[in-house]
Ligand binder design. Sequence first.
Ligand SMILES: Cc1ncc(COP(=O)(O)O)c(C=O)c1O
Length: 506
Amino acid sequence: MKSAGGRLLAGLELDRKAPQPLHRQLYAQLRTQILTGALPSGTRLPSTRTLVSELGISRITVVSAFEQLTAEGFLRSRAGDGTYVDTLWSEAIPQQPMPRPPLSERGAATSSRGTDLFSEAPHSWAPSETESFVASQVASSAFPAATWKRLLARHAGRTDPTLIGYSDPHGHRALREAIADYVNDVRGLGCTADQVIVTSGAQQAFNVLAVLLLDVGDSVIVEDPGHISGRLAFQSLGCPVRGVPVDEEGAVPPEMLGEPGPGYDDGGSPARLACLTPARQHPLGIAMSPARRAEWIAWAQRNGAWIVEDDCDSELRYRGKLLPTLFGLDLSRHVITVGSFSKVLAPSIRLGYCVLPEDLVEPFASASSVIGRPPAMVLQAALADFLTEGHLHAHLRRTRRLYSARQDALLQAIDEQLGHRIDAAPVDSGLHVIGWLREDANDIAVARGLAAGGVYTYPLGEYRVTRQLPPALLIGFAGTAEEHMPYAVGRMAAAWDRWERAKAGS
Ligand SMILES: Cc1ncc(COP(=O)(O)O)c(C=O)c1O
């Protein structure tokens, strides 16, 4: 029989000034000693009386720590013979823990995000600065905060089961109806509210669709260059992505590229799904031509494949007419449309939607509630009112005017201050322009150099799948005030000069 005595007492340090009560401190320190093997199993602990007098604490402190440790299986008391370290914990747990397994291959691929530039920007970018050129940044000063606060307050005080309990996995009915009205009105989708499911933004919709429609190894067609996060959702499920090029009519269908090509996997089978941005190709900004739309729908029908139509910011249009969605054109039900309030309102509210063919609605709702429960009800209820009371339309009218003016100011400032380095043309919609660089420039190095000077842009090179692309930067205009634009672009020019000088000197 081993005796702890002085060894145990020497290892205990109780701090009377600490916020944690003494019995919790004693409990935690004894537990650590048992788990680390400092008090091996079978060790007899000093008597309560000894601990009381040696540590200067009350009997109740010792008794309550011992009772807790006994209840958890760390200690065992033998009638008339004292208290011992139980074998349960000390023998079951090896003294030298083995290394933990590494991340899964999918986990490592998913968590690396494929780029370190994106992970840098949000950390060092100060949200209070207005001169951000980050591509998907909205104008925070234009956010309708007073209305949003009022609508949130209206629902935050409700205690009915709809607001308090687990909510409908399809989403709040009032919001589904409001979204159906909105997309039918603005985008001509021609759907019913029953076909709309509310999601935590487009990203959740991509993840649910990947689980629902694809098996590991199924290949997915994406645009090259294309939206990074959407592509990662498919890749992280173990589905290889194959990039199709984008020309002046939009994404090129695989059959125009020949066989074997990106439309087929290594065994020659056609891809099972294509994820496209027809309204406004992301990131290049091209609107897909009507002929291309017909070709993609024919491709899906011929090959029994799905099309996920990412329609996340087409409402932010400054000129020209919007073409109908693939969803609205496809009568054979091969198309699913994904939408988001991230760009039309704010990315932080994490609300989006998926419009599905009728037979996919219930499978999607079930899969969605396995992968992540529906968004917070108070947000859904507030957004439903925001739409039905016409606030979104008013906000869109305001931000369209604002962003259009900001775009003009950006292009003018680039022309005046950076025309020797950047060639940028106006875009009809969206929140960024493409700033083409000189042929020999390395856009990733430029973006990194600018970021080192506190100016954030995204390099086009980060959006590529396999295709070599001319060097360019995505330069967001929505986050910088019109009158601030010359100064902001001046900062970019100065950061560029500093970086060039540092390069030349090194
Ligand atoms: C092409 C594209 N799809 C989707 C989204 C929206 O994603 P989420 O709703 O997850 O914020 C964005 C936003 O930046 C985007 O650029």
